[in-house]
Design a protein around this ligand. Structure first.
Ligand code: FES
Ligand code: FES
Length: 164
């Protein structure tokens, strides 16, 4: 962290979100979720429990899944942050997004962005996961609506797509 520290304990930092540099002026104790939604203006990442329990706020930091409600924004400087807004390629849905639609794995959709971020990290580590491995990989993401079965099926469907 660095750019500059003010006497009031705020910082000028630059966050790399989906490949775009966002200069923000924030308090030292702001969590990454609130900065992504507030200062950066990307609201696809959701606030659920705000206590590291539900996974709704999941983003990728250098490709690894992180609950952004429990991560200091100032610590994210210099790291590549990926949010749900960064997963499409042009107008094309990410294979996980398409598979969730195809399998009926989206109901209210509140959990979906976080699920996708966790699933992206899972597939990067394990391109062909078993059902059990998918369930373990998504165990930090809660869904109140679907019962998980269709979400798990969607991740396995996406795994069959090259470069998911
Ligand atoms: S809002 Fe971050 S884990 Fe629930
Ligand atoms: S689709 Fe509603 S919480 Fe998962």
């Amino acid at each position: 962290m660095t750019d500059s520290t003010t006497a009031s304990g705020t910082f000028d930092v630059t966050l790399d979100v989906n490949g775009i540099a966002y200069p923000v002026h924030i308090e030292q104790d702001r969590n990454l979720l609130s900065v992504i939604r507030g200062e950066v203006g990307l609201t696809g990442t959701k606030e659920g429990c705000d206590d590291c329990e539900c996974g709704a706020c999941m983003v990728l930091l250098d490709g690894r899944p992180v609950n952004s409600c429990s991560y200091l924004a100032v610590q994210a400087q210099g790291r590549a942050i990926t949010t749900i807004e960064g997963v499409m390629t042009g107008d094309d849905l990410h294979p996980l997004q398409q598979a969730l639609l195809d399998e009926g794995g989206v109901q209210c959709g509140f959990c979906t962005p976080g699920m996708i971020m966790s699933a992206m990290a899972l597939l990067a580590d394990n391109p062909s996961p078993s059902e059990e491995q998918v369930r373990i990989g998504l165990s930090g993401n809660l869904c109140r609506c679907t019962g998980y079965t269709r979400i798990v099926a969607a991740v396995q469907r996406a795994a069959a797509v090259p470069h998911a």
